[in-house]
Design a protein around this ligand. Sequence first.
Ligand code: THU
Length: 131
Amino acid sequence: MDESRLVAAAVGARGRAYAPYSEFAVGAALLSKGGRVFTGCNVENASYGLTVCAERVALFKAVSEGVREFEAIAVACGDTPCSPCGACRQALREFAPDLKVVLADAEGRKWETTTLSQLLPRAFGPSDLED
Ligand code: THU
């Protein structure tokens, strides 16, 4: 799948964000190795700390459907492309250390591509528990 289609899916998911408190809508689209796309949006709560980011909604949807291998994620938010928070980087790292990350603006007009290993170098992962 090309980047523009994944970005378009993230932009679509952003439209479903529930963000009445921050008013900062985020969309994500996670591409599995089998070619399936799982979308997510941020879901806030009146008890603020319960908020879940778009990226983790997409990831947990996929894992709960039995899908654990991923190629890429697109994230759409902001006037300029923004980047997944630290918690989401770590959650994605569990399943996809080599993930491609596409950072797009809210409308999907511009984006840049990076990798999870660049965003989260020297990450703690499952194999560290074997030491
Ligand atoms: N948010 C995400 O959905 N993903 C991120 O990577 C960063 C932040 C959400 C959480 C909250 O609903 C809003 O953006 C402002 O922090």
